[in-house]
Ligand binder design. Structure first.
Ligand SMILES: NC(=O)c1ccc[n+]([C@@H]2O[C@H](COP(=O)([O-])OP(=O)(O)OC[C@H]3O[C@@H](n4cnc5c(N)ncnc54)[C@H](OP(=O)(O)O)[C@@H]3O)[C@@H](O)[C@H]2O)c1
Length: 313
């Protein structure tokens, strides 16, 4: 089978199209024929760094988000049968090898794909939507009427977070450049700040939950927008400017959230999509062999929604 592998750390040109053996599903695992693979910032960050979040070093096949069809199931699998359409973010933060014709992973790292969504849009969902779900719902327990601030609201995580917060009944404020405001209003955002023209910390107040997708000084500035008792969710690795002490003094919970495989979370996301409350925007699609071009585009940091690799016709 084909796979996009890397042997060394570096730029997009270290991504190589290779032929490798098709994996076999072990007990509790499923073998998935990958039709589409989602592209996430962690894909190019780990490519550039040459280390996975788990600490593993090359060679490895990059990528986590997959959507496809179950080809075979290992011993003991009861949730899926060959022919089922599934999606997931298997094995993260360990290598999953999503940029390939086939992947194997524990069955509960997947769920049935949303009915009628198609593989390209399904592959755009798992990592970004699970991040938003695990942060806003599992960690912050966003409630109706709460005020939620989402940074980079037009990005992969952000545009899904806006809708998940909205589906929980929150009042949603987003930061994004002005050309992206119309889309975000359409997705349900109540208030938008053009971060290129205004400092959000000067105009946003009394927030219950901040989803910080940027990091650096955004964390400290976001603290100023939060109510005592509020929650600051940071999804990039905290650096030494992370205001843990200031948050504690202000009665604010400040925490780093790292996404993990989550069958139940995916089922909730499937339900939101099927009920029309969650829509995933796909910005660009590249064939598997052009994974390097997908990384080049994503690394510019201007993506609206998601980038996806088309793997099978
Ligand atoms: N902890 C975890 O488990 C986890 C999971 C997923 C992602 N992440 C991390 O979270 C970050 C965001 O991921 P993503 O997939 O959403 O990224 P992304 O899709 O690449 O984000 C692109 C978006 O960011 C916006 N943006 C850039 N700078 C901004 C700023 N200063 N203020 C507001 N918007 C800004 C851009 O909008 P404009 O064009 O308007 O600037 C663009 O729409 C990445 O660093 C990623 O590695 C962590």
């Amino acid at each position: 089978m084909r796979a996009i592998s890397q042997n060394v750390a570096g730029g997009p040109d270290v991504l190589e199209l290779v032929e490798t053996d098709r994996p076999e599903p072990r007990p509790t695992e499923i073998l998935v024929r990958v039709h589409a693979a989602g592209v996430n910032p962690v894909d190019w960050k780990t490519r550039a760094r040459g280390t996975l979040v788990s600490g593993a070093t090359p060679p490895y096949t990059v990528g986590w988000d997959v959507a496809g069809v179950v080809e075979a199931v290992g011993a003991g699998v009861t949730l899926f049968a060959p022919g089922d359409e599934v999606y997931g973010m298997p094995r993260f933060p360990h290598a999953a090898g999503a940029y390939a014709d086939y992947v194997t992973a524990p069955s509960r790292h997947f769920a049935h794909s949303p009915a009628g969504l198609g593989h390209i849009h399904s592959a755009a969902l798992p990592l970004a939507a699970l991040t938003a779900w695990q942060a806003l719902v599992d960690t912050a327990d966003v409630r109706p009427g709460q005020r939620v601030l989402v940074h980079a609201a037009a990005g992969g995580v952000g545009h899904l977070a806006v809708q998940i917060a909205k589906a929980r009944g929150a009042y949603v404020i987003g930061t994004a450049s002005e050309p992206k405001h119309a889309l975000l209003r359409d997705l349900g955002a109540d208030e938008l700040i053009d971060y290129t023209r205004q400092d959000f910390a000067d105009v946003v107040h009394d927030v219950d939950v901040v989803l910080d997708t940027i990091g650096g000084d955004y964390a400290a500035r976001s603290l100023r927008t939060l109510r005592p008792g509020g929650t600051l969710l940071l999804i990039v690795p905290p650096d030494d400017t992370f205001p843990a002490d200031a948050a504690r003094a202000a009665g604010i919970r400040a925490t780093h959230v790292l996404v993990e495989p989550d069958h139940q979370g995916l089922r909730e996301i499937t339900a939101l999509v099927e009920s029309g409350r969650l829509r995933v925007e796909v910005d660009a699609v590249f064939p598997l062999e052009e994974a390097a071009k997908a990384h080049e585009l994503g690394e510019r940091g201007r993506t609206t929604g998601k980038i996806v690799l088309a793997v099978a016709p």
